[in-house]
Write a protein that binds this ligand. Structure first.
Ligand code: ADP
Length: 259
């Protein structure tokens, strides 16, 4: 069977952990060369080792333009081209209403979750124009429907959604597709950390396992499967799409007689 991403060069930010790590392994399995760009170089190296010889790690903070520029340069020196950029690095916020969110917290969330996309696009665009490549942004279901006490984080994910649409319009003339994926609760170290910060972590974990209509919170592989599709030729007529991969969580209504 043909591999979905055979010989594609994918730049994946935040591939050192969680959803990104699952994507790195999946992209490599589908024949891609994967450059993991993560501020946690050790974690990224470990994932790269697990993914095999087509995957390599670059240490960089995606909120810093100089570091992103040099990461993209390294990928081009190593691989000679870039076919896809998956903007996946992100940080979550503690539970705080907007008026209690510090300016530093607000700025940091936007720098990592949103401004990073500006940086990767600025520096990878010439290569993506040559390859007629694709961009994929990891947004979140909360960017579509909101979440109590997380206004700043929700705003970053909502921004990614509107940014995805704006970029899709701007870059379609260059045959560059731009899409976003919206996970709900996925069991990752980030979610585990967040649960641990809640007043009752066990109850929070149990509650999260009930929000998806299709069953308990999945692992990142369910996101990686859809991400492969969005980076591959199979989605060649899709751009500006905001795809929930959420087990229907955002639909709200459940059967009341479910056990
Ligand atoms: P998720 O639930 O989104 O998968 P994780 O915390 O498990 O979240 O993974 C997020 C990844 O993004 C981690 O590997 C983390 O090191 C990376 N990351 C977070 N902030 C930055 C940053 N500023 N620059 C580069 N990578 C980052």
């Amino acid at each position: 069977m043909a591999l979905e991403l055979e010989n594609k060069v994918v730049v994946l930010t935040g591939g050192g952990d969680g959803i990104g790590a699952e994507c790195a392994l999946a992209y490599a399995r589908e024949g891609a060369w994967v450059a993991i760009v993560d501020r946690n170089l050790e974690a990224a190296k470990q994932v790269a080792e697990d993914a095999g010889s087509r995957c390599f790690a670059i240490g960089a903070d995606v909120s810093d333009g100089t570091q992103v520029a040099s990461a993209i340069e390294k990928v081009l020196q190593t691989c000679g081209r870039i076919d896809a950029v998956h903007n996946n690095a992100g940080v979550a916020s503690p539970s705080t209403p907007l008026h209690e969110t510090s300016e530093a917290e607000w700025d940091q969330l936007f720098r990592v979750n949103v401004k990073s996309v500006y940086w990767t696009t600025r520096f990878a665009l010439p290569a993506l124009m040559q390859s007629k490549g694709t961009i994929l942004n990891t947004a979140s279901m909360v960017g579509l429907i909101g979440q109590a006490d997380h206004a700043a984080y929700v705003a970053t994910k909502g921004s990614l959604i509107s940014l995805t649409k704006a970029m899709a319009v701007d870059y379609a003339p260059h045959s560059i597709r731009v899409n976003a994926i919206c996970p709900a609760a996925v069991w990752t170290p980030m979610l585990e950390r967040w649960c641990g910060e809640q007043p009752d972590p066990t109850a929070t974990r149990q509650l999260l396992d009930t929000i998806h209509l299709l069953g308990p919170s999945p692992r990142g592989d369910v996101i990686a499967d859809v991400a492969i599709f969005l980076l591959s030729e199979r989605s060649r007529f899709m751009t500006g799409c905001i795809l929930p991969v959420s087990g229907g969580a955002e639909l709200g209504y459940r059967r009341l007689n479910q056990e």
